[in-house]
Design a protein around this ligand. Structure first.
Ligand code: SF4
Length: 512
């Protein structure tokens, strides 16, 4: 089975004429060394380029990574937020992860699913269990967008991926005012070949996520061993090139911060984005994720790694990424604490998960009532009682969560920061994906559509799921947004008002 997975010809075709890939380690080290102690004028010139929504060069990115002056760092953070609002407006897209299996043939030293962990209780969800999970996510929590997560194993091969995605899309649940369903399924799985990627595209794959974990070759080898499937650095590195060849346009990159020097890894991400932009498709990353190393059951590597990233550096990573790839979505997950995620919002992230459970089957077995309202005393890292009560089961999950907020709590917190939660999934369904969405993002006109859809889907969520207290907060936010809608998009205003009114009357899944 494992020998049939990697297809060397689907790597070699992307290498340059010298047989090299796009991660030039020496050039990265040189850029970081030569840009130490940058002067403020150079930094401000780079900020102007970011404001023009242009991808930065590696050298420009290295300059920003080397800024240490607190006032200049604050100026960078402010510029990052300004760019986020310009490109994405004040929307935060909301989603949930759904773990499908914990089988894995690999040996990643930071992960509880590694094959050597014989204490892990292994299983994969049946189609019936998947439907129950999707029902809970859509019907109790009000989620519309998922990222489904798989290890790498013959039991969760491409047939299982296809069948499980179809099972999620097939679920439809009645709600107070209408019905609910999952409308976008993003996938986080092993690197696939082009044929398999085409099959996923056919069943409605949203964003295809494969995280490189580390762009540093020696580190990659050290944490993945030499005998696992994942040991093949380039097979993973070119997963997104193959995706673009399979017309899967929305691709999500990521690094597991804490494995190696974080500045190097940011440069690796930037190199990856630029390599994708320079292909025939010309499309960079749709999203970037930046998880930090967390304790995992029976995993040798923990946060005590010598490359552990401090909170201050973590926030700086977000700022630099926001400035280096101004049009790319940035995802900050519930691995991080509530406090860090609230700070990350003000640095320009665009997507957050909520009501997150990463235990297998945990959404349908663990929710407390039909609105998904969970007591605010949620489990925290290291809280054994909480883990047991809310499916923080180390022996079944990949890592432990840091932010247990429900969708309700997140909606309220975001509203207090001036942000609207968006449940919109319209873009890819009406062709606003890949090159087209990138063009809209770069010209800062994507927000014109997405903001309207954010308001419509927020209306849906308030009517179907919110408690009276949250609805009151949400109403105030919606009235404020409605007042600005006409000015923002006069051409779409009549259609928008019609859709908004029909949604208030119980119609569902309308979008402009
Ligand atoms: Fe498997 Fe992914 Fe865990 Fe590695 S990180 S052991 S590939 S599930």
């Amino acid at each position: 089975w494992s020998r049939s997975i990697v297809k060397p010809q689907e790597v070699e075709k992307y290498l340059d004429s010298q047989g090299q890939d796009f991660i030039d380690e020496q050039a990265i080290f040189r850029a970081l060394e030569e840009t130490r102690n940058p002067d403020p004028r150079t930094v401000r010139d780079i900020l102007d380029k970011s404001r023009a929504i242009q991808t930065l060069t590696p050298r420009e990115t290295a300059v920003l990574l080397n800024v240490e002056d607190p006032e200049m760092l604050e100026e960078m953070a402010q510029t990052g937020l300004e760019i986020k609002l310009k490109v994405y407006d004040n929307r935060i897209v909301t989603f949930a992860p759904l773990y499908m299996a914990n089988h894995c043939v690999n040996s990643c030293s930071y992960c509880g699913f590694r094959r050597e962990n014989t204490e892990m209780h292994r299983r994969h969800l049946t189609m019936e269990e998947i439907r129950r999970e999707a029902s809970a996510l859509a019907g109790s929590f009000g989620h519309k967008r998922l990222v489904v997560v798989y290890g790498e194993h013959p039991l969760t091969d491409i047939d299982y991926l296809e069948e499980s995605i179809n099972a999620v899309y097939g679920v439809r649940v009645p709600t107070r005012r209408g019905h609910a369903n999952i409308r976008r399924v993003n996938v986080n799985c092993a690197p696939l070949d082009i044929t398999s990627l085409k099959r996923l595209r056919e069943v409605g794959l949203g964003t295809y996520q494969v995280f490189q974990e580390s762009y540093h070759r020696d580190t990659y080898r050290r944490v993945h061993g030499t005998k696992s499937l994942k040991a093949d650095y380039r097979w993973r590195l070119y997963a997104m090139h193959r995706a673009q060849d399979a017309q899967v346009d929305d691709v999500g990159l990521g690094v597991l911060f804490g494995l190696y020097d974080w500045k190097f890894e940011v440069m690796g991400l930037l190199s990856h984005v630029r390599a994708l932009e320079s292909t025939d498709c010309g499309i960079g990353a749709h999203t970037i994720s930046f998880p930090r190393l967390e304790p995992a059951h029976n995993a040798p590597l923990t946060r005590s790694s010598r490359y552990a990233v401090s909170d201050a550096d973590f926030l700086k990573i977000i700022t630099v990424l926001r400035l280096a790839v101004p049009y790319t979505g940035l995802i900050c997950t519930a691995r991080e604490t509530r406090d860090i995620r609230n700070q990350a919002v003000l640095r320009g992230i665009t997507q957050m998960d909520a009501s997150t459970r990463i235990g297998l089957g945990a959404y349908s077995s663990g929710h407390q009532n039909d609105l998904g309202a969970i007591p605010s005393e949620q489990p925290a890292k290291g809280d054994q009682a909480g883990r047991d009560a809310y499916s923080q089961k180390e022996e079944e999950q990949q890592f432990l969560l840091g932010d247990p907020r429900t969708v309700e709590e997140l909606v309220r917190d975001l509203a207090s920061l001036g942000f609207i939660s968006s449940f919109c999934t319209a873009g890819y369904r009406i062709g606003r994906r890949g090159e087209r969405i990138m063009r809209l993002l770069r010209s800062c006109s994507e927000g014109n559509y997405c903001k309207l859809n954010a308001i419509i889907t927020f209306r849906e969520w308030l009517d179907d799921f919110a408690t009276p207290e949250t609805r009151k907060i949400g109403e105030a936010l919606i009235q404020q947004e409605l007042a600005g809608a006409k000015q923002r998009t006069p051409a779409l205003h009549t259609k928008f008002l019609d859709y908004y009114k029909r949604t208030s009357e119980g119609a569902r899944d309308l979008y402009v």
